[in-house]
Design a protein around this ligand. Sequence first.
Ligand code: 9EZ
Length: 544
Amino acid sequence: MKPKILVTDKINKVAGDILSEVADVDFKETLPEDRLCEIIGQYDALMVRSQTKVTPKVLECAKRMKIIGRAGVGVDNINLEEATNRGVIVVNSPEGNTAAAAEHTVALLLSMARNIPQADLSIKQGKWERSKFTGTEVFNKTLGSIGLGKIGSRVVKAAVAMGMKVIVYDPYVTRERVEELGASLVKSLDEFWGVCDFITIHTPKTRETAYLINRNTINRMKKGVMLVNCARGGIVDEEALKEGIESGQIAAAALDVFEKEPIDPNNPLLTTNGHLVMTPHLGASTEEAQLKVAVDVAEQIRDVLAGKSAKSAVNIPYLRADLLEPVKEYMNLAENVGLLARQISEGGIKSIEIATRGKLTQYDTTPVKVAVLKGVLSHNLEDVNYVNAPIIAKQNGFEVIEARSEQLGSYAGSITVKLNTDSGIQTVSGAMIADKTPRIVRINEYVTSLEIAEHILVAPHHDKPGMIAKVSTILGNNNINIRMMVVARKEDTVGGESTMIITTDEHIWDEILDEMKQVEGIFDARYIYLRPDKTSLSLQHSMV
Ligand code: 9EZ
């Protein structure tokens, strides 16, 4: 019998042409949970945009479901955990929107610079206000792009073509990549803010980019700067932006994304007095992007139903259960070794070397490798999972080198990651020091024993009495509780360099780190986060 596919949410009809090669296709309007549950049991595949909510209850009713396709990027409307538990593959289209988002950025940039929305409104009121809408040229001006991924790169190319000088801040790309596009790389945001006439953002929202545009950074920008955010809501502090525009520090801003969407009627930006252009998250809204995502996803559904593999699966347990079983206890450790190595490195990745030792080497260590890649990549990319981590590494040309040594070393099993980036090589090792007791046992030349904690402070300091008290006093004054602490010496002599590694119950904010860096004898203070294995199910959770 031919498989049956349900297509909802006004998806482009070409999806039907592709899917009907292998299945009977039903197009229906968006259905609420109960109505969807009534009919979903007869379908082998489901294709949605963002309106249809694929809840655990829907999945429970979907007894024959094999694959769900999301025609777009984000999969927030699909309960991935439940889908994974039920063996349902979820696929999406991570690249279908790239051109649309880049073009919308350029459209916002120019309409902001030339007051197009304001002038349009004015002329439609029968006015002819020419001097009021005198604009600003982008030619010969400096555009700063924060982030240089697929979308950022296209925007940079367009800006260079318009005669802009372009600088890029992105701690995760190589200088060659930036220069290839005709732009130049700045190595710190300190060198960035003050030189840009225009700023555009092209990063995911991560711990590092949330509220990156805030009162402090706005004040460091050139007076009269113009800002575009067509990336993610929450990267710009909207209250601070309102103040910046009203004070004249920011001459104009253009936004496609907001902290809360759909926009809150009380959003401060709706009553901002000054130049501000806004669109309701239209970045991906073009006919072509909607067509491309529909084709991308329909092709994957067709292929999977025909027994082939999907190119953009978000959740398949890539790792065969039989391969995973013997190395399961090392998966979270491996991810954290990778995540830590990435956080202490800078610049574009050249290679990732993964060495396993001891008992681990008796098994196929592919899952361990994939976990390391997930850890390394997930610090600065969105939606990295066990399925796409190896693919992303490959697409970016990161060389992945595996090595193994059956020699036991000091531990039953250990994992060492050597991350080679623009800034040099960082080496981190993790080991199972006893049953269910994973530890980070080495960070570069420091031999240590660090628990996998959510919040970690790393403070290299002059090895002399009294230093620990100074650091712990600052933590105490800020009401931060210490869970565990280790002090690791670089060389085994007094008077050299030593490092305090402190795990805490809370995030350590930049202001606290800055206070520590002021202390005589403290060379640096850095915050690092890891992802401890919270429940025995965590492997399944982190699968998605
Ligand atoms: C990080 C970033 C920007 C940034 C740039 C990119 C993922 N990611 N994160 C810290 N591509 C500014 C500050």
